[in-house]
Design a protein around this ligand. Structure first.
Ligand SMILES: Nc1ncnc2c1ncn2[C@@H]1O[C@H](COP(=O)(O)OP(=O)(O)OP(=O)(O)O)[C@@H](O)[C@H]1O
Ligand SMILES: [Zn+2]
Length: 751
C-alpha cells in the first residue's frame, strides 16, 4: 500500500487552509516512483517540523524553488526527503531558512545507526515557559482580585508573559501569514493580538503561555511515539567480538564487520549480526524478531539473528549479512515504510480537517460581525467569542490522533513478531470474515514422513529406489519425505541418475530412467495417464480417510508402488483455529492435496471447511468465491503455489518470515515464526486499534464541538479553549500509545 501520488508530488492547492488541516503526519512516495525522478535526493532533519502545521508551509515554499521534483515528509521522524535536479542544495537551504526552518542535512548511509537526541526541548525553554505561565497566572489573579483588567501591573505582567512565551509563535505565525498560510501559529497570534486589542490582557497572556506549554508537551509525547520504533533498533548491540587472522579476538563496531567473518557470542549476550552457527550450540530467545521468548535450540548450521538473546551456551558463527541488511534492520525499514502509507481513517481525518479549519474560520468571522452589525450587540463580547473560535479552528489533536495510534499499533505488532506492511492492513484486520489456510507447512509442519508402502507390481525395493530417485530432484515436502525414508532405510545404496526431470504443478514429477518414463504423483496424475483402476482407488481412500497423503509411482502403462506419507499438525494450529472461531472468523482449508486427506486434517484441527485437489488457479477462484459470499477474506500460505490466491485476498499472511526474504517482501502481514496464533492476535490488535482510533476521533471532535457551542452560546474563555485543545492533543497521543502496552500484556495470556 503506497500513498497516492497527489500527496507526494508538490501540491500548490489549499494554500489558504490551516496547515494541520490538509497534511497527514507522514507522507511518502513508493520507492519505485522516487527512483525515476530527480537526479539526486537529499534528506533533511528539521528540528522544528514537529507539528503537522509546518508541512504545508514548507511544501508551499519549496514549490517556488525551480528544480525540486518531489517532497517526502516524515513528520514523526522530522525528516524531509527532497528529490531535485539542482546543481547544489543552496537554494533549498535558503528557502528553508527563509521560512524559519532549522534544517540539518542527514547522511542517508548512516541514518539508520544514528542515535539522536530527539528532545526538542532544552531546560532553558522549560524555564522560560514556566516563567511565562507564572506571570500569566499572576496577571489573571491581580485582575480578578482588583476587578481591573487593564491596570498597569496587569498589563506589564501580561506583556511580559506574551513576549517571553510567544516570540516563537509570533515569528512562525508571521511567516505563515506572509506566505498566505493560516496555520496554528498564525491563528494563535491573531487570537492573542485580538484579545490585547479588546483589552483582555490577562486572557491574552494565558493563551500564549498555555499554548507554548502545550506545544512543548505535544512535541515531547510525539517523541515517545518515535521511540516506540527506535526502541526496536536499539536491540542490536553496537559491538561484536570478531576472530582475527591470528586466532585472537577483537571487539569492533558492528558496522565494521564484514560478511564471512567469525563472531563469538557469550551466554547472556545479544547476537550482534545475522549469521549461521559454526561451532558450539545454544538456546536463543528470538523475541526481538519473532515475538516468542521461549528459547529456540540452535546447533551448527542454524540461522541466528541480530538482536536475539543468547540464553545458554557460548557459540561461534559466520556473519551472513551486513549490519544494515540484517533481518532486524529490514523489519525496521518495513515498519517505517508502513507508517508512510496512510491508513483509511487517517485519510478520512485529513479530508475532514481540510474542510474544518476554513469553516470554523468563516464561522468566527460571522460571529464577530453579524451580531454587532445586524443586532446591535456589543462588539467586545462578540469579538471575544470569535477569538475563542479561532483558537479551536485548528484540528491539531484530530490530525495527530490517527498516525500516533496507527504507529503504536504497528510497533506493538512488530514487538509480537507480526510485521504489518501498512496501516491499511492494521485497520482492515478486524473486518476479516474468512481465513483461508493452506495445508502443507501452514496447518501442518510441512515435514511429512512415510507411513505405508504398498506394492502394486514388481519388486518393492527397486520401485522404492526409483521413487526416491525421482523425489530426490524435487523439494516438495512429499518428495522430501520419500528421500529421507530411503536414506534411513538404505543408507549405503545410491540413487539412480534420472534425466529430463520435470515437475508437474499440483500433481507430481516425471523423469526418464533407462529410456523409460516414470511418474511420481497423486491420483490426478494417475488419472491423467489413464492407468487408474478401482482397486487402487479403494486403497487410496482408506489412506486418505486417515489424513495421509498418497503418491503413486507409475510407468507409462501401470501404477507400480504406492507411498503414503503423514504430516504432523502444528500444536498451535488447533488453538489458533479455536480462537479465530471465537472471534467469528470462518476458516477454510485450501490445498493441492486431495479432498479426503484435506477433510481429515481439517477435522483434526477444527477447520470449518476443507477443499482439496486445488491447482493454484483453483485456489484463486476459491478466494474469489469466499469474497463474494462472505466479504473480507484473509489467506495464509507459504507463497509457493498460492501466490495468486495470497495476492487476491484482502490480507495475505506469510508464516515463518524470519529467514525467508520472499515472505517478508510479498506478504501484507508477515508472521515472523510459524505460530498461527499470531493471526488471532493480529485481529485482536486490529480491533483494539480501531477502538482507540474511534475513541481518539470522538474525543478530539467532541471537545471541539463542545467548545464550538460554548464559544457561540455560552461563556467559553480563551484560555479554556487552549487548555481543552492541549488536553485533547495529549489525551489522543497517550491513548494511542496505550496500544503498545496493551499488546505486551495480552501476549502472555495468549501464549
Ligand atoms: N514434487 C512432488 N513430489 C511428490 N508429490 C507431489 C509433488 N508435487 C505435487 N505432488 C502431489 O500433488 C499434491 C498437490 O501438490 P501441491 O503442491 O499443489 O499441494 P500441497 O503442497 O500438497 O498442499 P498445499 O496446497 O496445502 O501446500 C501433493 O499433495 C502431492 O501428493
Ligand atoms: Zn482414479
Amino acid at each position: 500500500m503506497s500513498s497516492t501520488t497527489e500527496q507526494t508530488s508538490i501540491c500548490t492547492s489549499n494554500q489558504h487552509d490551516c496547515a494541520c488541516g490538509d497534511t497527514p503526519l507522514i507522507t511518502a512516495t513508493s520507492p519505485e516512483s522516487t527512483a525515476a525522478v530527480g537526479a539526486s535526493s537529499v534528506v533533511y532533519r528539521i528540528e522544528n517540523m514537529d507539528c503537522p502545521t509546518e508541512e504545508t508551509l514548507i511544501r508551499q515554499k519549496l514549490t517556488s524553488v525551480e528544480g525540486i521534483t518531489q517532497l517526502k515528509f516524515n513528520l514523526l521522524e522530522r525528516k524531509l526527503t527532497i528529490e531535485h535536479r539542482l546543481a547544489d542544495e543552496k537554494p533549498i537551504q535558503r528557502a528553508l531558512q527563509e521560512i524559519g526552518m532549522q534544517a540539518e542535512l542527514v547522511d542517508t548511509a548512516t541514518q539508520a545507526q544514528q542515535h539522536r537526541s530527539t528532545s526538542p526541548t532544552s531546560s532553558k525553554s522549560w524555564w522560560l515557559i514556566g516563567l511565562g505561565v507564572a506571570s500569566a497566572i499572576a496577571a489573571e489573579v491581580i485582575a480578578w482580585v482588583s476587578g481591573n483588567e487593564s491596570s498597569w501591573a496587569v498589563i506589564a505582567l501580561s506583556l511580559f508573559a506574551i513576549l517571553i512565551s510567544g516570540v516563537g509563535t509570533y515569528k512562525k505565525g508571521w511567516i505563515a501569514l506572509a506566505n498566505l498560510n493560516l496555520n496554528i501559529n498564525a491563528l494563535m497570534a491573531i487570537a492573542v493580538t485580538g484579545a490585547v486589542i479588546i483589552g483582555q490582557w490577562p486572557e491574552a497572556a494565558m493563551v500564549m503561555a498555555l499554548f507554548s506549554l502545550s506545544e512543548m508537551i505535544e512535541a515531547l509525547s510525539l517523541d515517545r511515539a518515535r521511540n516506540a520504533i527506535r526502541g526496536l533498533m536499539a536491540m542490536a548491540p553496537e559491538q561484536a567480538t570478531v576472530k582475527q587472522a591470528d586466532g585472537t579476538w577483537l571487539t569492533v563496531g558492528t558496522d565494521q564487520v564484514q560478511i564471512g567473518e567469525i563472531l563469538r557470542v557469550a551466554p547472556g549476550e545479544r547476537v550482534p549480526l545475522d549469521g549461521v552457527l559454526t561451532e558450539g550450540a545454544s538456546a536463543i530467545d528470538q523475541a526481538p524478531i519473532t515475538g516468542e521468548s521461549i528459547p529456540v535450540a540452535k546447533n551448527i548450521g542454524d540461522q541466528v539473528f541480530a538482536g536475539t538473546i543468547n540464553q545458554s551456551g557460548s557459540f561461534l558463527y559466520r556473519v551472513s549479512s551486513l549490519k544494515s541488511d540484517s533481518m532486524l534492520a529490514r523489519i525496521i525499514v518495513r515498519i517505517e515504510e508502513a507508517q508512510a502509507s496512510r491508513a483509511p481513517t487517517q485519510r478520512f481525518v485529513d479530508q475532514f480537517a481540510k474542510i474544518y479549519t476554513p469553516v470554523v474560520f468563516l464561522l468566527a468571522l460571522a460571529v464577530m460581525i453579524v451580531p454587532p452589525v445586524f443586532f446591535g450587540l456589543l462588539w467586545s463580547v462578540w469579538v471575544y467569542k470569535a477569538l475563542v473560535l479561532l483558537v479551536i479552528a485548528c484540528p491539531c489533536a484530530l490530525v495527530v490522533s490517527t498516525p500516533v495510534t496507527v504507529v503504536s499499533g504497528l510497533a506493538a505488532a512488530a514487538k509480537a513478531g507480526i510485521l504489518i506492511k501498512g496501516g491499511v492492513y492494521l485497520e482492515d484486520g478486524r473486518n476479516l470474515k474468512v481465513l483461508a489456510l493452506d495445508k502443507t507447512g501452514t496447518i501442518t509442519l510441512g515435514k511429512p514422513s512415510v507411513t505405508d508402502i504398498t506394492p502394486l507390481q514388481g519388486d518393492t525395493n527397486t520401485h522404492l529406489g526409483l521413487a526416491a530417485s525421482l523425489a530426490n530432484r524435487s523439494d516438495h515436502p512429499v518428495s522430501g519425505a520419500i528421500c529421507r525414508y530411503w536414506k534411513t532405510q538404505f543408507p549405503t545404496v545410491s540413487l539412480t541418475e534420472v534425466s529430463q526431470f520435470e515437475a508437474l504443478m499440483g500433481r507430481g514429477v516425471k523423469a526418464r530412467v533407462d529410456d523409460q518414463w516414470f511418474y511420481l504423483g497423486n491420483h490426478r496424475l494417475v488419472e491423467e495417464l489413464g492407468i487408474c483402476n478401482t482397486s487402487l482407488e479403494a486403497t487410496l481412500r482408506t489412506f486418505e480417510g486417515d489424513g495421509k497423503t498418497v503418491v503413486i509411482l507409475c510407468n507409462e502403462t501401470a501404477p507400480l508402488l504406492m507411498v503414503a506419507v503423514a504430516d504432523t499438525v502444528r500444536e498451535t494450529s488447533r488453538q489458533a483455529i479455536a480462537e479465530l472461531h471465537a472471534m467469528g472468523v470462518r476458516t477454510v482449508m485450501l490445498t493441492g492435496d486431495n479432498t479426503l486427506t484435506a477433510k481429515a486434517i481439517a477435522k483434526l484441527v477444527g477447520i470449518d471447511d476443507a477443499r482439496g485437489d486445488l491447482l493454484p488457479e483453483d485456489k484463486l477462484a476459491a478466494i474469489q468465491q469466499e469474497i463474494t459470499q462472505y466479504g473480507h477474506v484473509g489467506m495464509v500460505g507459504d507463497g509457493i503455489n498460492d501466490a495468486p490466491a495470497l495476492a487476491k485476498a484482502h490480507i495475505g499472511f506469510a508464516m515463518g518470515a524470519a529467514g525467508t526474504d520472499t515472505a517478508l517482501e510479498t506478504a501484507d502481514v508477515a508472521l515472523m515464526d510459524d505460530d498461527l496464533r499470531k493471526i488471532p492476535q493480529f485481529i485482536q490488535l486490529s480491533q483494539r486499534t480501531s477502538r482507540i482510533l474511534k475513541q481518539n476521533i470522538s474525543l478530539a471532535l467532541g471537545i471541539k464541538v463542545i467548545f464550538l457551542i460554548l464559544a457561540v452560546f455560552g461563556s467559553a474563555s480563551l484560555w479554556m479553549a487552549v487548555f481543552a485543545d492541549m488536553g485533547a492533543s495529549l489525551l489522543v497521543i497517550f491513548n494511542g500509545l496505550r496500544l503498545v502496552k496493551l499488546t505486551t500484556t495480552s501476549k502472555t495470556t495468549l501464549v
